[in-house]
Design a protein around this ligand. Structure first.
Ligand code: ATP
Ligand code: MG
Length: 149
């Protein structure tokens, strides 16, 4: 069913701001995807909430988050950037696996290691792509894409 992606992004951000109070600062970059494309609204909101809540959880010393949106004729891309603990390069491919947690962070932060696995399954069902780029001690950017038509 055709849905407005921009409205889902706004609802996810509002939900996160509601549950985290005024500590968290969320900035928007890029052109807003204010158009209709077919996707499962509940599921894509779940992916965004997972990205945003990870960004907060794994950034104990920085409350800034940037949500960047971009689209071309082929796809729309949404990314969530944090300035938290980061993920070592050789562990980045595993974070989408079921129950995988980065050792260093699992000692400090609670979790099941399931959130990103669910995200990757949802994006697979939408024929999109999902990924991360990160630098230890600098931060992380998680992104997903959805195909247009
Ligand atoms: P939950 O099932 O509650 O989400 P989780 O947060 O541990 O638990 P995932 O969201 O699947 O599980 O993330 C998997 C692992 O990837 C995390 O345990 C953490 O080590 C790492 N990770 C995820 N997001 C970030 C991030 N923004 N910055 C640093 N590490 C991250
Ligand atoms: Mg998580």
């Amino acid at each position: 069913k055709p849905e407005n992606l921009e409205s889902v992004i706004q609802i996810a951000i509002e939900t996160i701001l509601h549950t985290n109070g005024s500590d968290v600062k969320i900035e928007r970059h890029g052109v807003k995807p204010d158009f209709l494309i077919p996707f499962d609204r509940i599921r894509i909101e779940q992916v965004l909430i997972n990205f945003l809540s990870n960004a907060i959880k794994y950034s104990p010393n920085n409350n800034q988050i940037i949500v960047t949106t971009f689209s071309d004729e082929k796809e729309v891309r949404i990314s969530v950037t944090d300035f938290g603990i980061g993920i070592p390069a050789f562990k980045q491919e595993y974070v989408f696996h079921k129950f995988y947690r980065v050792e260093e962070s699992s000692l400090q932060f609670q979790g099941m290691g399931i959130g990103l696995y669910i995200c990757s399954e949802i994006i697979k069902q939408h024929h999109g792509t999902i990924g991360v780029s990160s630098e230890v001690g600098e931060g992380s950017t998680f992104y997903f894409t959805l195909p247009l038509n």
